[in-house]
Design a protein around this ligand. Structure first.
Ligand SMILES: [Zn+2]
Length: 388
Protein backbone atom coordinates (compact mmCIF):
# COMPACT_ATOMS: atom_id res chain seq x y z
CA UNK A 1 0.00 0.00 0.00
CA UNK A 2 1.00 3.62 -0.24
CA UNK A 3 2.22 3.14 -3.78
CA UNK A 4 0.25 4.66 -6.63
CA UNK A 5 -0.81 2.53 -9.53
CA UNK A 6 1.31 3.06 -12.62
CA UNK A 7 0.20 2.14 -16.14
CA UNK A 8 2.63 1.52 -18.97
CA UNK A 9 1.63 0.97 -22.58
CA UNK A 10 4.07 -1.25 -24.47
CA UNK A 11 4.45 -4.45 -26.46
CA UNK A 12 4.13 -6.91 -23.60
CA UNK A 13 5.89 -10.28 -23.72
CA UNK A 14 3.28 -12.59 -22.18
CA UNK A 15 4.16 -15.82 -20.42
CA UNK A 16 3.22 -17.95 -23.44
CA UNK A 17 5.90 -16.10 -25.44
CA UNK A 18 3.48 -14.00 -27.52
CA UNK A 19 3.41 -10.21 -27.66
CA UNK A 20 0.40 -7.99 -27.11
CA UNK A 21 0.26 -4.21 -27.40
CA UNK A 22 -1.41 -3.24 -24.18
CA UNK A 23 -1.22 -1.73 -20.77
CA UNK A 24 0.23 -3.21 -17.61
CA UNK A 25 -1.13 -1.70 -14.40
CA UNK A 26 0.82 -2.24 -11.21
CA UNK A 27 1.82 -1.08 -7.78
CA UNK A 28 4.18 -3.57 -6.11
CA UNK A 29 2.19 -6.27 -7.83
CA UNK A 30 0.97 -6.53 -11.40
CA UNK A 31 -2.76 -5.78 -11.05
CA UNK A 32 -4.02 -5.99 -14.62
CA UNK A 33 -2.98 -6.47 -18.23
CA UNK A 34 -5.39 -4.73 -20.60
CA UNK A 35 -5.56 -3.91 -24.27
CA UNK A 36 -6.77 -0.39 -23.67
CA UNK A 37 -6.12 2.14 -20.96
CA UNK A 38 -4.84 5.65 -20.38
CA UNK A 39 -1.14 5.07 -19.82
CA UNK A 40 1.09 7.13 -17.53
CA UNK A 41 3.98 6.14 -19.77
CA UNK A 42 3.61 5.43 -23.46
CA UNK A 43 6.33 3.05 -24.62
CA UNK A 44 4.53 1.48 -27.56
CA UNK A 45 7.64 1.67 -29.72
CA UNK A 46 9.50 -0.54 -27.21
CA UNK A 47 8.78 -3.90 -25.65
CA UNK A 48 8.21 -5.02 -22.10
CA UNK A 49 9.82 -8.12 -20.59
CA UNK A 50 10.08 -9.40 -17.01
CA UNK A 51 13.12 -7.92 -15.22
CA UNK A 52 16.05 -10.33 -15.18
CA UNK A 53 16.91 -12.61 -12.26
CA UNK A 54 20.62 -13.33 -11.90
CA UNK A 55 21.16 -16.56 -9.97
CA UNK A 56 24.90 -16.04 -9.50
CA UNK A 57 26.69 -12.80 -8.66
CA UNK A 58 29.48 -11.60 -6.42
CA UNK A 59 28.23 -8.25 -5.16
CA UNK A 60 31.43 -7.68 -3.11
CA UNK A 61 30.96 -4.89 -0.53
CA UNK A 62 32.13 -5.17 3.12
CA UNK A 63 35.93 -5.53 3.09
CA UNK A 64 35.89 -5.97 -0.70
CA UNK A 65 34.15 -2.63 -1.36
CA UNK A 66 37.21 -1.38 -3.19
CA UNK A 67 36.27 -3.86 -5.98
CA UNK A 68 32.51 -3.09 -5.92
CA UNK A 69 29.95 -2.16 -3.29
CA UNK A 70 26.26 -2.91 -2.93
CA UNK A 71 25.30 0.47 -4.34
CA UNK A 72 27.55 0.41 -7.44
CA UNK A 73 26.63 -3.23 -8.10
CA UNK A 74 22.90 -2.66 -7.90
CA UNK A 75 23.09 0.45 -10.09
CA UNK A 76 24.91 -1.53 -12.79
CA UNK A 77 22.41 -4.39 -12.47
CA UNK A 78 19.40 -2.03 -12.75
CA UNK A 79 20.91 -0.47 -15.83
CA UNK A 80 21.18 -3.99 -17.33
CA UNK A 81 17.49 -4.70 -16.71
CA UNK A 82 18.11 -7.00 -13.73
CA UNK A 83 15.54 -6.80 -10.91
CA UNK A 84 16.89 -9.48 -8.54
CA UNK A 85 20.38 -10.85 -8.00
CA UNK A 86 21.54 -13.58 -5.62
CA UNK A 87 24.87 -13.10 -3.92
CA UNK A 88 27.46 -15.83 -3.40
CA UNK A 89 28.86 -16.37 0.11
CA UNK A 90 32.58 -16.19 -0.68
CA UNK A 91 32.88 -12.59 0.43
CA UNK A 92 35.31 -11.26 3.00
CA UNK A 93 34.27 -12.47 5.60
CA UNK A 94 32.89 -15.80 4.30
CA UNK A 95 29.13 -16.11 4.94
CA UNK A 96 28.44 -19.38 6.75
CA UNK A 97 26.82 -18.73 10.14
CA UNK A 98 23.84 -16.88 11.64
CA UNK A 99 25.69 -13.75 12.67
CA UNK A 100 27.37 -13.28 9.30
CA UNK A 101 24.17 -13.96 7.33
CA UNK A 102 22.23 -11.42 9.41
CA UNK A 103 24.86 -8.72 9.08
CA UNK A 104 25.29 -9.38 5.35
CA UNK A 105 21.53 -9.03 4.83
CA UNK A 106 21.74 -5.68 6.64
CA UNK A 107 24.44 -4.51 4.24
CA UNK A 108 22.43 -5.72 1.24
CA UNK A 109 19.56 -3.41 2.26
CA UNK A 110 21.54 -0.71 0.40
CA UNK A 111 20.68 -2.49 -2.84
CA UNK A 112 18.54 -0.61 -5.34
CA UNK A 113 17.27 -3.86 -6.82
CA UNK A 114 15.87 -6.94 -5.05
CA UNK A 115 18.54 -9.13 -3.49
CA UNK A 116 19.09 -12.41 -1.68
CA UNK A 117 22.05 -14.54 -0.67
CA UNK A 118 23.20 -18.13 -0.46
CA UNK A 119 24.91 -19.37 2.69
CA UNK A 120 28.16 -21.23 2.33
CA UNK A 121 28.38 -24.72 3.87
CA UNK A 122 26.89 -23.72 7.26
CA UNK A 123 28.80 -23.89 10.54
CA UNK A 124 25.51 -24.07 12.42
CA UNK A 125 21.74 -24.22 11.88
CA UNK A 126 20.71 -21.39 9.54
CA UNK A 127 17.71 -23.01 7.86
CA UNK A 128 15.19 -20.60 9.45
CA UNK A 129 16.98 -17.50 8.12
CA UNK A 130 15.74 -15.81 4.91
CA UNK A 131 18.41 -17.24 2.61
CA UNK A 132 17.87 -18.32 -1.00
CA UNK A 133 19.75 -21.58 -0.41
CA UNK A 134 23.23 -23.00 0.04
CA UNK A 135 26.27 -22.67 -2.20
CA UNK A 136 28.51 -25.73 -2.27
CA UNK A 137 32.03 -25.79 -3.63
CA UNK A 138 33.63 -29.06 -4.82
CA UNK A 139 35.52 -29.46 -1.52
CA UNK A 140 32.24 -29.17 0.44
CA UNK A 141 31.06 -32.42 -1.11
CA UNK A 142 33.59 -34.27 1.02
CA UNK A 143 31.95 -32.92 4.19
CA UNK A 144 28.94 -34.27 6.05
CA UNK A 145 26.02 -33.39 3.80
CA UNK A 146 23.43 -34.68 6.28
CA UNK A 147 22.13 -31.22 7.34
CA UNK A 148 21.68 -30.18 3.71
CA UNK A 149 20.12 -33.42 2.53
CA UNK A 150 17.05 -32.70 4.67
CA UNK A 151 16.85 -29.03 3.69
CA UNK A 152 14.14 -28.03 1.25
CA UNK A 153 16.15 -24.99 0.21
CA UNK A 154 18.04 -24.77 -3.04
CA UNK A 155 21.53 -26.27 -3.19
CA UNK A 156 23.64 -24.54 -5.81
CA UNK A 157 26.79 -26.33 -6.80
CA UNK A 158 30.02 -25.10 -8.30
CA UNK A 159 30.75 -28.34 -10.17
CA UNK A 160 34.09 -27.91 -11.84
CA UNK A 161 37.68 -27.80 -10.77
CA UNK A 162 39.82 -25.55 -12.98
CA UNK A 163 41.53 -28.52 -14.71
CA UNK A 164 40.75 -28.93 -18.41
CA UNK A 165 37.97 -31.25 -19.51
CA UNK A 166 40.39 -33.15 -21.70
CA UNK A 167 42.50 -34.25 -18.77
CA UNK A 168 41.44 -37.50 -17.18
CA UNK A 169 42.02 -36.34 -13.66
CA UNK A 170 39.54 -33.55 -13.96
CA UNK A 171 37.01 -35.84 -15.52
CA UNK A 172 37.42 -38.26 -12.64
CA UNK A 173 36.97 -35.39 -10.21
CA UNK A 174 33.79 -34.41 -11.98
CA UNK A 175 32.31 -37.88 -11.75
CA UNK A 176 33.20 -38.06 -8.08
CA UNK A 177 31.58 -34.71 -7.46
CA UNK A 178 28.42 -35.71 -9.27
CA UNK A 179 28.34 -39.01 -7.47
CA UNK A 180 28.43 -37.00 -4.24
CA UNK A 181 25.49 -34.77 -5.07
CA UNK A 182 23.46 -37.62 -6.48
CA UNK A 183 22.85 -38.75 -2.94
CA UNK A 184 21.33 -35.40 -2.05
CA UNK A 185 17.62 -34.70 -2.04
CA UNK A 186 15.86 -31.42 -2.71
CA UNK A 187 16.53 -29.11 -5.55
CA UNK A 188 20.10 -29.08 -6.85
CA UNK A 189 21.23 -26.45 -9.32
CA UNK A 190 24.56 -26.66 -11.15
CA UNK A 191 26.00 -23.24 -11.89
CA UNK A 192 28.36 -22.00 -14.63
CA UNK A 193 28.65 -25.27 -16.53
CA UNK A 194 31.33 -24.85 -19.19
CA UNK A 195 30.70 -27.83 -21.48
CA UNK A 196 27.82 -29.46 -23.30
CA UNK A 197 28.89 -32.68 -21.65
CA UNK A 198 28.34 -31.05 -18.24
CA UNK A 199 24.89 -29.81 -19.26
CA UNK A 200 23.83 -33.27 -20.42
CA UNK A 201 25.19 -34.95 -17.30
CA UNK A 202 23.32 -32.51 -15.06
CA UNK A 203 20.07 -32.90 -16.93
CA UNK A 204 20.38 -36.67 -16.81
CA UNK A 205 20.60 -36.46 -13.05
CA UNK A 206 17.55 -34.22 -12.82
CA UNK A 207 19.41 -31.06 -11.83
CA UNK A 208 18.86 -27.58 -13.25
CA UNK A 209 21.81 -25.75 -14.79
CA UNK A 210 23.03 -22.37 -15.91
CA UNK A 211 25.75 -21.14 -18.23
CA UNK A 212 27.47 -17.76 -18.34
CA UNK A 213 27.56 -15.37 -21.33
CA UNK A 214 31.37 -15.27 -21.23
CA UNK A 215 31.71 -19.05 -21.57
CA UNK A 216 29.41 -18.79 -24.59
CA UNK A 217 31.50 -16.05 -26.21
CA UNK A 218 35.14 -16.57 -25.26
CA UNK A 219 37.20 -19.67 -25.99
CA UNK A 220 40.48 -18.94 -24.21
CA UNK A 221 42.16 -16.50 -21.85
CA UNK A 222 44.66 -14.16 -23.37
CA UNK A 223 44.96 -11.59 -20.59
CA UNK A 224 43.91 -11.08 -16.98
CA UNK A 225 40.82 -9.20 -18.15
CA UNK A 226 39.39 -12.49 -19.49
CA UNK A 227 40.61 -14.74 -16.68
CA UNK A 228 37.77 -16.62 -14.94
CA UNK A 229 37.10 -19.70 -12.85
CA UNK A 230 36.06 -22.16 -14.19
CA UNK A 231 38.29 -21.36 -17.19
CA UNK A 232 37.24 -21.36 -20.85
CA UNK A 233 37.43 -24.76 -22.54
CA UNK A 234 38.57 -23.88 -26.07
CA UNK A 235 36.76 -23.13 -29.32
CA UNK A 236 35.17 -26.55 -29.88
CA UNK A 237 33.69 -26.68 -26.39
CA UNK A 238 32.51 -23.09 -26.74
CA UNK A 239 30.58 -23.94 -29.89
CA UNK A 240 29.08 -27.03 -28.30
CA UNK A 241 28.07 -24.97 -25.26
CA UNK A 242 26.19 -22.60 -27.57
CA UNK A 243 24.24 -25.58 -28.90
CA UNK A 244 23.36 -26.45 -25.30
CA UNK A 245 21.53 -23.13 -25.05
CA UNK A 246 18.36 -25.02 -25.93
CA UNK A 247 18.81 -27.40 -22.98
CA UNK A 248 20.11 -25.26 -20.11
CA UNK A 249 17.66 -23.72 -17.66
CA UNK A 250 19.21 -20.31 -17.13
CA UNK A 251 21.94 -17.82 -17.96
CA UNK A 252 23.72 -16.28 -14.98
CA UNK A 253 26.42 -13.62 -15.15
CA UNK A 254 28.77 -14.77 -12.35
CA UNK A 255 29.48 -11.01 -12.06
CA UNK A 256 32.85 -10.92 -10.28
CA UNK A 257 34.47 -7.48 -10.34
CA UNK A 258 38.07 -6.78 -9.36
CA UNK A 259 40.06 -3.57 -8.93
CA UNK A 260 42.19 -2.35 -11.80
CA UNK A 261 45.45 -2.95 -9.92
CA UNK A 262 44.46 -6.59 -9.38
CA UNK A 263 43.71 -7.18 -13.05
CA UNK A 264 47.01 -5.47 -13.90
CA UNK A 265 49.01 -8.13 -12.03
CA UNK A 266 50.95 -10.81 -13.93
CA UNK A 267 48.63 -13.49 -15.36
CA UNK A 268 49.56 -16.16 -12.82
CA UNK A 269 48.73 -13.80 -9.93
CA UNK A 270 45.69 -11.85 -11.08
CA UNK A 271 42.33 -12.94 -9.62
CA UNK A 272 39.73 -14.67 -11.86
CA UNK A 273 36.36 -13.02 -12.54
CA UNK A 274 34.60 -10.76 -15.04
CA UNK A 275 31.98 -8.03 -14.33
CA UNK A 276 29.03 -8.69 -16.63
CA UNK A 277 25.82 -8.31 -14.62
CA UNK A 278 24.46 -5.70 -17.06
CA UNK A 279 25.38 -7.72 -20.15
CA UNK A 280 23.24 -10.85 -19.71
CA UNK A 281 19.70 -9.61 -20.34
CA UNK A 282 20.38 -7.44 -23.43
CA UNK A 283 22.66 -10.22 -24.75
CA UNK A 284 19.94 -12.86 -24.45
CA UNK A 285 17.18 -10.67 -25.91
CA UNK A 286 19.52 -9.62 -28.72
CA UNK A 287 19.66 -13.30 -29.66
CA UNK A 288 15.86 -13.32 -29.74
CA UNK A 289 15.76 -10.22 -31.95
CA UNK A 290 18.18 -11.93 -34.32
CA UNK A 291 16.01 -15.10 -34.38
CA UNK A 292 18.69 -17.30 -32.82
CA UNK A 293 16.31 -18.20 -30.00
CA UNK A 294 12.63 -17.43 -29.43
CA UNK A 295 11.46 -14.68 -27.08
CA UNK A 296 9.93 -17.38 -24.91
CA UNK A 297 13.34 -19.10 -24.59
CA UNK A 298 14.99 -15.75 -23.84
CA UNK A 299 12.50 -15.09 -21.05
CA UNK A 300 12.96 -18.63 -19.69
CA UNK A 301 16.74 -18.17 -19.55
CA UNK A 302 16.88 -14.78 -17.84
CA UNK A 303 13.79 -14.61 -15.65
CA UNK A 304 11.13 -17.33 -15.82
CA UNK A 305 13.31 -20.35 -15.02
CA UNK A 306 15.47 -18.57 -12.41
CA UNK A 307 12.22 -17.60 -10.65
CA UNK A 308 11.00 -21.22 -10.72
CA UNK A 309 14.37 -22.49 -9.48
CA UNK A 310 14.16 -20.04 -6.56
CA UNK A 311 10.45 -20.68 -5.96
CA UNK A 312 9.32 -17.03 -6.05
CA UNK A 313 6.53 -15.11 -7.80
CA UNK A 314 8.32 -13.09 -10.46
CA UNK A 315 9.97 -13.83 -13.77
CA UNK A 316 6.88 -13.44 -15.96
CA UNK A 317 4.48 -10.59 -16.66
CA UNK A 318 1.41 -12.08 -15.05
CA UNK A 319 -1.31 -10.64 -12.81
CA UNK A 320 -0.35 -11.31 -9.18
CA UNK A 321 3.40 -11.39 -9.81
CA UNK A 322 5.79 -8.81 -8.38
CA UNK A 323 6.10 -5.76 -10.60
CA UNK A 324 9.73 -6.25 -11.63
CA UNK A 325 9.70 -5.15 -15.25
CA UNK A 326 12.18 -4.09 -17.93
CA UNK A 327 11.46 -2.09 -21.08
CA UNK A 328 13.77 -2.75 -24.02
CA UNK A 329 14.24 -0.58 -27.08
CA UNK A 330 15.36 -1.99 -30.41
CA UNK A 331 18.62 -0.21 -31.01
CA UNK A 332 22.18 -1.16 -31.78
CA UNK A 333 24.79 -0.24 -29.23
CA UNK A 334 28.12 -1.50 -27.99
CA UNK A 335 28.50 -2.90 -24.51
CA UNK A 336 30.49 -1.45 -21.63
CA UNK A 337 29.78 -1.04 -17.92
CA UNK A 338 28.39 2.29 -16.70
CA UNK A 339 28.05 2.25 -12.90
CA UNK A 340 30.19 -0.70 -11.78
CA UNK A 341 33.56 0.08 -10.20
CA UNK A 342 34.96 -2.41 -12.72
CA UNK A 343 35.29 -0.41 -15.94
CA UNK A 344 36.90 -2.99 -18.23
CA UNK A 345 35.32 -6.26 -19.35
CA UNK A 346 36.47 -8.84 -21.92
CA UNK A 347 33.29 -8.11 -23.92
CA UNK A 348 33.67 -4.32 -24.19
CA UNK A 349 32.42 -3.16 -27.58
CA UNK A 350 30.29 -6.27 -28.19
CA UNK A 351 27.38 -5.34 -30.45
CA UNK A 352 23.93 -5.64 -28.89
CA UNK A 353 20.57 -5.15 -30.60
CA UNK A 354 18.34 -4.24 -27.67
CA UNK A 355 18.93 -1.82 -24.84
CA UNK A 356 17.22 -1.61 -21.43
CA UNK A 357 15.63 1.85 -21.24
CA UNK A 358 13.49 1.44 -18.13
CA UNK A 359 13.82 -0.91 -15.17
CA UNK A 360 11.09 -1.23 -12.54
CA UNK A 361 11.68 -2.97 -9.22
CA UNK A 362 8.88 -3.52 -6.71
CA UNK A 363 6.68 -1.25 -8.81
CA UNK A 364 9.12 1.68 -8.77
CA UNK A 365 11.27 3.08 -11.54
CA UNK A 366 14.89 2.39 -10.61
CA UNK A 367 16.53 3.13 -13.98
CA UNK A 368 15.40 5.32 -16.89
CA UNK A 369 18.20 5.44 -19.48
CA UNK A 370 20.27 8.08 -17.71
CA UNK A 371 19.66 7.84 -14.01
CA UNK A 372 19.50 5.16 -11.33
CA UNK A 373 17.19 6.23 -8.50
CA UNK A 374 17.78 5.50 -4.82
CA UNK A 375 14.90 3.10 -4.27
CA UNK A 376 15.35 0.22 -1.84
CA UNK A 377 15.16 -3.37 -3.06
CA UNK A 378 13.84 -6.16 -0.84
CA UNK A 379 14.82 -9.73 -0.01
CA UNK A 380 11.96 -11.84 -1.45
CA UNK A 381 12.90 -14.68 0.95
CA UNK A 382 12.15 -12.57 4.04
CA UNK A 383 8.87 -13.58 5.69
CA UNK A 384 7.64 -9.97 5.64
CA UNK A 385 8.14 -9.83 1.88
CA UNK A 386 6.15 -12.93 1.05
CA UNK A 387 2.78 -11.90 -0.28
CA UNK A 388 0.18 -13.13 -2.72
ZN1 LIG B 1 31.03 -17.20 -9.02
Amino acid sequence: MGLNLLRILSNILLDDGSFVLGCVEFDRIIRSIRKECKPDLNMERDFMVPAGIDLHVHIRGAQLSYKEDVRSFSMEAARGGIGLAIDMPNTEPYINNREKIISRLEELKNSRIDYALYSGYPEEYVEDLPIAGYKLFPQDLERNLEPLINSKKLKILHPESPISLKEDRRLRNLWEEYFGIREMYGHVHITHITSKYGVELSKRMGFTTDVTPHHMLISRERTCIEKVNPPYRGEIERRLLNLALFEVDAIASDHAPHAKFEKNMPFSLCPPGVPLVSFTLPFVFSMAIRDIISFKRAMELVSENPSKILGINMGTIRVGNRANITILSREEWRYSTAFSKATTTPIDGYKLYVKPVLTIVEGKVVFDQENVYPIQGVNPFAESERFQ
